[in-house]
Design a protein around this ligand. Structure first.
Ligand SMILES: Cc1cc2nc3c(=O)[nH]c(=O)nc-3n(C[C@H](O)[C@H](O)[C@H](O)COP(=O)(O)O)c2cc1C
Length: 383
């Protein structure tokens, strides 16, 4: 299979699996415990059906939306994800380029492998910086100031990683970042010589937001689980989030909100957005899927805060269902990560283009020309 034959999520996933050494593929593909929540994130969309209207004159469709003050040309953006240069040597650069081309937002992780300064130079569109709250307050201040100086538009504090999820695939494969050379990982690299060649000959692996603050630099091979457990501050609470929101003083989201109580509290502390998300099922297995939980949250918060639905999104119809319930936009992780791994910037460009074409077609078939014409009237729950 080649990129030109990638039409959907599974196609990109298949290509990514072929291109990546096993431990790296499974780091993207895996989730917590029995991966029940991970699977439910996508299957939750199947319990709701769209009810279309016809004869609506749909030759001109506008799929733009506004979220946390940012105008997006399409209602889905790239969620922040770690370590992208492990997946393809262009990493965040490729995602930034493709997101900019498609006029959508791009999230940059605290664990990014390209710096916010470089991303800012190449991606003039809307950008989100994803913030992990570290024990080291100097590191927290430095991260915030770098994102501000680089003129990132939104700061998103991730609140669902207070400790690492139990990602058994990573334990089994021995995934570390950067990859450690063991007999089994060497074998896996040997079976993927193109990836290994690029990894060994291109720019050295680095996590530029952390490298000045981690004593052993990024040569320290750690699992992401260890990073969560050792470097992040488990005492983080609402007061800390409120202070951070005030310190940032701009568009501010909590990423990983799942309960109505927390959604309401996010409004109280001054947030302008919440990402309804369970971290792609990578943290608390057995927790509810974002789409299942969306209606409760949207009903409670109304227009007081922008709601983003994140997790399990593979299709344009998933986006339309989430927007019909009340989300302002959706974001995706694995969808674009498989495409990145499959073919770098060309892959991310294609997956976003596919999504744009799907959403446009789906809007026409639904009989709407603007996203604000979507409502729960055009949904029916099966049970
Ligand atoms: C490989 C990978 C790395 C991720 N890294 C981060 C991260 O550094 N920070 C963060 O807040 N979320 C991270 N996430 C979670 C995503 O931002 C997002 O919540 C999740 O991917 C959404 O689910 P989906 O993959 O089903 O679309 C990561 C997800 C994946 C798959």
């Amino acid at each position: 299979m080649s990129l030109s034959h990638c039409y959907n999520f599974q196609d990109f996933r298949t290509l990514a699996k072929r291109r990546l050494p096993g431990p790296i593929f499974h780091y993207i593909d895996g989730a917590a415990d029995d991966e029940i929540t991970y699977r439910r994130n996508t299957s939750s969309f199947d319990d709701v059906d769209l009810v279309p209207n016809v004869l609506a004159g749909v030759q001109n469709v506008d799929m733009s939306t506004q979220v946390m003050g940012q105008k997006l040309d399409m209602p889905i953006y790239c969620a922040p994800t770690a370590l992208q240069r492990l997946f393809h040597h262009d990493g965040e650069r490729a995602v930034a380029k493709a997101a900019t081309k498609h006029g959508t937002m791009f999230g940059v992780s605290s664990l990014a492998t390209v710096s916010v300064e470089e991303i800012a130079r190449m991606a003039p569109g809307p950008k989100m910086f994803q913030f992990y709250f570290h024990k080291d307050r100097g590191l927290n201040d430095a991260l915030l100031e770098r994102a501000r100086a680089a003129e990132f538009n939104v700061l998103a504090l991730t609140v669902d990683t207070i400790t690492g999820g139990n990602r058994e695939r990573d334990k089994r494969t021995g995934f570390t970042s950067p990859p450690r050379l063991t007999p089994s990982s060497l074998m896996s690299f040997a079976l993927h010589p193109m990836w290994a060649w690029n990894f060994l000959t291109k720019e050295k692996f680095d996590m530029p937001h952390l490298s000045d603050h981690v004593s052993a630099g990024t040569n320290l091979a750690v699992s992401v689980g260890d990073y969560f457990s050792t470097m992040l501050d488990q005492s983080m609470n609402w007061e800390d989030a409120e202070k951070l929101c005030a310190q940032w003083g701009g568009q501010f989201a909590l990423k990983g909100i799942m309960s109505v109580e927390d959604a309401m509290r996010a409004i109280d502390i001054g947030c302008t957005g919440i990402m309804v998300s369970n971290h792609g099922g990578r943290q608390l297995d057995g927790s509810r899927a974002p789409f299942d939980q969306l209606a409760e949250i949207c009903d409670a918060v109304g227009d007081q805060i922008d709601v983003i639905c994140e997790g399990g999104i593979q299709r344009g119809t998933h986006v339309l269902k989430a927007l019909s319930v009340g989300a302002r936009a959706c974001s995706c992780g694995r969808l674009y990560l498989y495409a990145l791994a499959a073919a770098g910037v060309a892959g991310v460009d294609r997956v976003l283009e596919n999504m744009k074409i799907e959403i446009e077609r789906d809007m026409k078939l639904m009989g709407i020309t603007r996203l604000n014409q979507l409502s729960r009237n055009n949904l029916r729950w099966r049970r």
